[in-house]
Write a new protein. Structure first.
Length: 150
């Protein structure tokens, strides 16, 4: 019985110490886009938004938007929740009120090692991307979030 407990303990330790490195080539970027510094004077009830996934050799595919809301703090975040996740290998076109257009492209990600419970694991983070062919100023390293380009 004592050998059995030692065997199970060693197995659990070996499994939890397994070194996993996540490659982030086509990382899942969650299902939310956050824009920092968005004017709340437009009013959420008057805001119309569409987003398209653009891939090579296919027509743009519309992604359904689940919810749009402003954060109620001093930073004026516009949050757009989608019905599906975004991925790093794709390009996206976000249109707001048919007058503001953001083309999100060249998304780069990196792997960061984190402690998850008693073991180390790697997670994918957003390193950089472009908005309308200019490098975006990001403020979190998870998902798609950016300050309004000047």
């Amino acid at each position: 019985m004592k050998n059995y407990i030692i065997y199970i303990s060693l197995t659990i330790i070996l499994i939890s110490c397994k070194k996993t490195i996540t490659t982030c080539n086509n990382a899942n970027l969650n299902n939310k886009i956050t824009i920092y510094g968005f004017s709340t004077t437009i009013g959420i009830e008057n805001l119309e938004a569409t987003i398209y996934e653009i891939t090579k050799d296919t027509t743009p595919r519309k992604i359904n938007i689940k919810n749009i809301y402003f954060s109620k703090d001093k930073y004026n975040y516009l949050n757009i929740e989608l019905d599906e996740d975004l991925f790093a290998n794709n390009t996206y076109q976000l249109n707001l009120n048919d007058s503001i257009k953001y083309r999100i492209s060249e998304i780069e990600t990196f792997s960061e090692v984190r402690m998850i419970g008693i073991r180390k694991d790697s997670v994918c983070k957003t390193k950089s991307f472009k908005i309308n062919n200019k490098k975006a100023e990001i403020f979190f390293t998870t998902g798609i979030n950016f300050k309004i380009p000047k």
